[in-house]
Design a protein around this ligand. Structure first.
Ligand code: SF4
Length: 489
């Protein structure tokens, strides 16, 4: 399909919007061309000093629709983009018969939009904008406002001289069939691990030295992956000890370790982790349905989950998260709610409900009834899970969206009151700097004055990380230089 853009630069938003309805469509972008053949979407604008004239055409198979509009007012170019998107959105709804619950909202952080709106608007005005201009459903808007309310206190507690640390251990015992992360199965990469852990510790030490110079204090730590507990106890402890040795921990409030797969845990490992400085772990079920666990390539059962929880509780962990995924093949609403109830029965302090995100989306949302049914079933799972969690006293405390998730639905972290994971909020809302160590880690620098964000990437793959380690250190020094400039009066 062609996306023809004439007289403006709205192609990014148009593409994102088209992908909500047609995730896999091959788009050929054409600029400033009169070409209108075959299947196409056209967005044309002519701007003068006082107004902007817009013309949008959507022509796909038998469907054809065109609309023109003139806007007169402030901020012509930006308003023109919003109006053109609204026109295209209503055309795509008419074409597909599909009304996305997230409306025109295509970004990964809907809460950020709400916080931005609150800078210049009342809450009622912000809610109105989400519902009437972005077409987000009432229930999703309620979710946004609730999450924002719960995030606010944590966000306000961050001081300007604090930062968080993310440590990446991108290895897993086996690869889950739906996984879209940069993670490597343990057997294929075993030989690299001792060197990887050694360099990871060196990078952590470098970050500690640089942040000390910048007078920054460590607030939260997240050791994630992958499945960090695929490492042996000695390797895991060496990472924890490195952090404990290198940083001033006087302002540290939380240390999470992803113990993602129950099959990587043992009593000995859990006790050792508990006796280090880890305060929170995640043990991820994804589902409590054994058949589905086997079909997605996870080598554990629901019983292994119960056992891992019992061991973790015995070791003294009183803050455990469990991830669940809605929309896995073979899962019904009933079986998914059984998984949610199982996590509640385990008294998980945090339950994170994800929507399945597909590596290569097979969901072409046109008028295909079967696909529509999967969308509707997943949406139903999420809605009912949310109600069940609320009934059991959980509160939604962070949320994000991933591209290619079924129905463009969201991932939401739920927490028992008093157990909100601070790191998730600091990272998601870009509250303060997050230094990333290890392969695939991203350092996010936040200029709190201008709200601008600078991202500095580590190499993605462990072998690249090992070979290019000097470059990783150089990038960390560059990050420190950026902060130094921002810190100058
Ligand atoms: S445990 Fe997570 S990171 Fe590892 S393969 Fe499965 S989905 Fe991917």
């Amino acid at each position: 399909m062609k996306l023809i853009i004439n007289g403006n630069d709205y192609h990014y938003e148009f593409e994102q919007l088209i992908r909500v309805f047609m995730p896999d469509v091959k788009l050929e972008k054409i600029f400033d061309s009169p070409c209108v053949e075959g299947d196409f979407v056209l967005c044309e604008s002519v701007q003068s000093e006082h107004d902007i004239s817009l013309r949008v055409i959507c022509s796909i198979s038998e469907f054809s629709c065109k609309k023109s509009e003139v806007y007169v007012g402030d901020n012509l170019y930006k308003q023109g983009e919003l109006i053109a998107c609204k026109i295209l959105y209503s055309m795509l709804c008419a074409y597909s018969g599909y009304r996305p619950e997230w409306g025109m909202q295509t970004g990964v952080r809907p809460t950020k939009i709400f916080f931005n709106l609150l800078r210049n608007n009342t809450e009622a005005q912000a809610v109105k904008y989400l519902e009437e201009d972005l077409f987000i459903s009432k229930s999703k808007v309620n979710l946004i406002t609730e999450v924002c309310k719960n995030e606010k206190a944590v966000m306000d507690s961050s001081r300007t001289n604090q930062f968080s640390l993310y440590v990446s251990v991108p290895f897993c015992p086996t690869r889950c069939s739906y996984c879209s992360f940069i993670s490597h199965s343990f057997d294929s990469i075993k030989k690299l691990i001792p060197e990887y852990v050694r360099l990871l510790c060196e990078e952590i030490a470098q970050i500690a030295a640089l942040t000390k110079e910048l007078h920054l204090y460590l607030r939260t730590v997240y050791i994630g992956g992958g499945t960090p507990t695929v490492l042996d106890t000695k390797q895991l402890l060496s990472i924890c000890e490195e952090i404990q040795r290198d940083f001033d921990l006087s302002q540290l409030s939380e240390v999470t370790l992803e113990a993602g797969r129950p099959d990587t845990l043992s009593e000995e490992k859990l006790n050792a982790i508990k006796n280090s400085f880890v305060t929170r772990i995640t043990i991820n079920a994804q589902t409590f349905n054994d058949e589905i666990l086997a079909s997605i390539g996870r080598k554990h059962t629901a019983d292994d989950m119960y056992l891992a929880y019992a061991c973790a509780r015995k070791a003294g962990f009183d803050n455990i998260n469990t991830d669940l995924i809605a929309g896995l093949e073979g899962e019904s609403t009933q079986s998914f709610l059984h998984s949610v109830q199982s996590a509640i029965d385990l008294s998980a302090e945090n339950i994170t409900v994800h929507t399945l995100a597909l590596k290569r989306s097979s969901f072409l949302i046109t008028r295909d009834e079967a696909k529509g049914k999967i969308e509707a079933a997943t949406s139903n799972m999420i809605t009912k899970a949310n109600s069940l969690l609320k009934e059991n006293g959980y509160i939604p405390y962070y949320m994000y969206r991933q591209s290619k998730s079924v129905g463009n639905l969201e991932n939401t972290g739920w927490s028992k009151p008093g157990h909100i994971c601070e790191y998730n909020i600091f990272m998601m809302e870009e509250v303060h700097h997050v230094f990333g160590a290890g392969a695939g880690a991203v350092t996010r620098l936040v200029d709190t004055d201008t709200r601008s964000i600078r991202r500095i990437y580590n190499y993605k793959y462990p072998y690249e990380y090992i070979d290019g380690f000097a470059e990783m250190i150089k990038r960390k020094k560059d990050a420190a230089d950026v902060i130094k400039k921002w810190q100058k009066p």
